[in-house]
Design a protein around this ligand. Structure first.
Ligand code: DGY
Length: 323
């Protein structure tokens, strides 16, 4: 990074006010004031001359953006744990360092995972609508019967930090934990969960499938029609990771037919233009990518990036450095 005490930086999205204030104290900051999502060519044009680029999961930082900004750009800092929107190979080749925000959002994401799981299993959308609409006829023995959790199997696809935070909470609901990762966790991290060496093996044993694997090109469409068919009939699907891990057409179809009983979704392919089929279904509970959206977490994410940039300026290697 430049030796200037206030290196030029560009902020692609609005951050919480105190984080923006901290950035202004440290950088000669230009801001995308209206907070609209910038295309790659917008970023290349508007951030030109920056030494530090602050992005989030909504900005695609591809090879062309990196090539356009490389003459001055030293650091890309993304306000996200996911980094599938950044071409790390291109950044590495250009000698640009990339920071992200692991750890600090695991609890918040696990909380939303619980919200989605409970709302999907207990028919949260229909229940809210019944009260809100004024159409509630009053209590009835057969009204809005859902799926209980005690004794059911939660299959966690992706048992990283967020997956493990989900497992801790899910045990409290009486669920038994199954998981699939590329490699088995140490017993300390596994905490009694059952490991499945293949994703297919996990699906066969999941009454509730929890998708918590990181977004990656190799996982795009991993939960497709064939895989959904492996779930026990009437299983529930929850996704808090990245929408493109799921084949939307296949999931909408399975939800329509009731082969998948319900879904809780916080992330979607092609956000915010989600598959229209979801909007028409009563058995889905939808949230707009709010996994990490708490005051505490957003602030912690901001500080993690600021401290990471400062550590790099001192010649240190911060824990949240991707490359
Ligand atoms: C993340 O941190 O990756 C969340 O999805 C928010 O972008």
């Amino acid at each position: 990074m430049q030796s200037s005490p206030h290196p030029p930086a560009f902020l692609c999205r609005r951050y919480p006010p105190n984080i923006e204030a901290a950035l202004r104290e440290r950088f000669e900051l230009r801001v995308n004031d209206d907070d609209g999502i910038l295309t790659p060519s917008d970023i290349a044009r508007r951030a030109s001359g920056s030494a530090v680029l602050f992005v989030s999961a909504t900005e695609v930082v591809d090879r062309a953006v990196i090539a356009g900004l490389a003459p001055t750009l030293r650091i890309i800092a993304t306000l996200s744990v996911g980094f599938d929107h950044i071409d790390l190979d291109a950044a590495r080749a250009a000698g640009i360092r990339v920071l992200h925000t692991p750890e600090v959002l695991s609890d918040a994401c696990a909380e939303i995972a619980m919200l989605l799981m409970l709302a999907a299993c207990r028919r949260g959308f229909e229940a809210d609508r019944m009260v809100r609409s004024g159409d509630w006829p009053g209590w009835a023995p057969t009204q809005l019967l859902g799926m209980g959790l005690v004794g059911k199997r939660l299959g966690i696809f992706g048992m990283g930090r967020i997956g493990r935070a989900i497992a801790v909470r899910a045990r409290g609901f009486g669920l038994s934990i199954h998981y699939h990762n590329r490699s088995r966790l140490d017993p300390e991290w596994e905490a009694g969960a059952t490991y499945h060496p293949t994703l297919d093996g996990l699906l066969l044993e999941s009454d509730i499938l929890m998708i918590a694997a990181p977004g990656a090109p190799s996982l795009r469409g991993a939960i497709d029609a064939g895989r959904l068919a492996l779930l026990p009939p009437g299983a529930v699907v929850v996704n808090i990771s990245r929408g493109d891990l799921v084949d939307d057409h296949a999931l909408v179809d399975a939800l329509r037919q009731g082969r998948v009983r319900a879904a809780g979704l916080d992330v979607f392919a092609n956000e915010p233009n989600i598959h229209p089929g979801y909007r028409a279904l009563d058995n889905v509970f939808l949230t707009p990518h709010i996994g990490s959206a708490t005051d505490e977490t957003r602030e912690a994410m901001g500080w993690l990036l600021i401290h990471g940039v400062e550590a790099l300026a001192r010649g240190e290697t911060p824990d949240n450095l991707l490359c």
